[in-house]
Write a protein that binds this ligand. Structure first.
Ligand SMILES: Cc1cc2nc3c(=O)[nH]c(=O)nc-3n(C[C@H](O)[C@H](O)[C@H](O)COP(=O)(O)OP(=O)(O)OC[C@H]3O[C@@H](n4cnc5c(N)ncnc54)[C@H](O)[C@@H]3O)c2cc1C
Length: 400
């Protein structure tokens, strides 16, 4: 086994050394924000191209079955690949994130035709996906969603509006939740569909944020025809598939950035002459220990997902811990920058500001901190359910 592990590690290291840029050769303070739409599209394409190269080299879906485009390897191989990848600059960005969300869900809930059709293209980034879940009236309470899917022979006709859809302006396809039975209780009348984003009737409007980037979009669906063959799981049984996607999303976000924030925080402490300051050291220790704990827990969750097993703990836990650590890292960065953190355009300042404001997106996207705490209380700690009045009521009768 040791020989096999060493041989695999060497092969992957050699590949990365020959094909990727070692970390440390580029700016450690670079912030991944594109304010120009062309630049954003180019970034998305670069992520897609990188994932394609990883797939060609047998380094995407390492533990997935070969008949679905994977490499048919063991889950420990994925762990080694992730370890090595951390030392190099290139990454798959949102393309990799959406693959991590929908891929294991397709493996678990898709039928044979869907798995053979979509999984190889997904892994090779020949097809990229976005998530069309949230609506103006359905975020935390996602199961109350109102986008309609009306059956018409071999198709559904879909009408409604989605919002906060990351990268919908770039993605080729989407995974979409629609209401197909308004008379059933809200969790039981939802269907999970795959849809081609170039289908007639889909309009994507980017939402421009205060930092001038457009990370997410509004998506309007007007009489969009989607084949029934694109249903993942059962008609009206899409909630279970959606929960698999949400768990994968929490596991991915909780897995954290490729580069731990503590590396830059140590540099900031040195620059500020405060590496020996006990209060700074204590905060740094708190950040580093949480990064490590979340990393180890995330690795166990990833291993289980790659083996197609139930994660050993609720992925919401690491997403919540990562969100809480983001508050620590942002506060410490600004403390170390002092007055210089509030103004100016040096790369250290821009990085510190991004770290400070990053607390908002990570504590909302993929489930808010409050909702994750509710879920963990109920599912992990066995606390009583939150009082709710609409669980068994037909969706149509729930006041909105
Ligand atoms: C960076 C980012 C990327 C995103 N990407 C996508 C995407 O690609 N696709 C997609 O479909 N969606 C996406 N979203 C949307 C995201 O899933 C929702 O924003 C999130 O689920 C919260 O829903 P909401 O915004 O409607 O807030 P609301 O649900 O209206 O919540 C408002 C506030 O009320 C609190 N709250 C709500 N219910 C409870 C409760 N029961 N108990 C206690 N507090 C509660 C919340 O915690 C929050 O503070 C993204 C969001 C962000 C920030």
């Amino acid at each position: 086994m040791a020989d096999e592990t060493d041989e695999f590690r060497q092969r992957v290291s050699d590949w990365y050394e020959a094909n990727a840029t070692r970390r440390g050769t580029t700016d450690p303070w670079a912030v991944n924000v594109q304010t120009d739409p062309d630049e954003a599209a180019a970034h998305f394409d670069a992520c897609r191209a990188w994932q394609g190269r990883l797939h060609e080299a047998g380094l995407m879906g390492i533990a997935w079955p070969a008949e679905y485009g994977g490499a048919g390897g063991a889950s420990w191989m994925s762990r080694i690949e992730r370890e090595i990848a951390r030392d190099y600059e290139e990454w798959t960005g949102f393309v990799g994130a959406s693959t991590a969300m929908i891929g294991p869900a397709l493996l678990r809930h898709g039928n044979e035709t869907q798995k053979r059709e979509f999984l190889p293209k997904l892994l090779g980034a020949e097809l990229t996906f976005c998530q069309l879940f949230s609506e103006p009236g359905a975020g935390s309470d996602l199961a109350s969603l109102a986008t309609r899917g009306d059956r018409d022979g071999a198709e559904f006709i879909v009408n409604g509006q989605k919002v906060w859809n990351s990268a919908a302006q770039h993605a080729d396809w989407a995974f979409l939740l629609v209401r197909t039975d308004a008379d059933a209780p809200k969790h039981r009348g939802i269907t999970f569909l795959l849809v081609d984003m170039t289908s007639p009737g889909i309009e994507v409007r980017p939402l421009v944020q205060i930092n001038r980037s457009a990370h997410f979009n509004e998506v309007f669906l007007s009489d969009v025809r989607i084949p029934v063959a694109n249903v993942i799981g059962e008609i009206d049984g899409g909630w279970g598939v959606a929960r698999t996607v949400l768990a994968n999303e929490a596991a991915f976000i909780g897995g954290g950035p490729k580069t731990p924030a503590s590396e830059n925080l140590r540099t900031l402490a040195k620059q500020a002459g405060r590496s020996d300051d006990p209060t700074v050291r204590q905060e740094l220790a708190a950040v580093i220990s949480r990064e490590r704990i979340v990393g180890w827990m995330g690795e166990q969750i990833q291993q289980a997902i790659h083996r197609g097993e139930m994660p050993p703990m609720d992925p919401g836990l690491i997403k919540l811990m990562a969100a809480e650590n983001k508050v620590r890292t942002g506060n410490l960065a600004m403390t170390l920058r002092g007055p210089a953190g509030g103004s100016g355009e040096t790369s250290e300042t821009l990085w510190s500001q991004a770290e400070l404001f990053g607390r908002f997106s990570i504590s909302i996207g993929g489930g808010t901190n409050e909702v994750l705490r509710n879920n963990l209380g109920e599912r992990a700690l066995g606390l009583p359910r939150e009082p709710g009045f609409s669980k068994d009521q037909p969706w149509r009768e729930i006041p909105r």
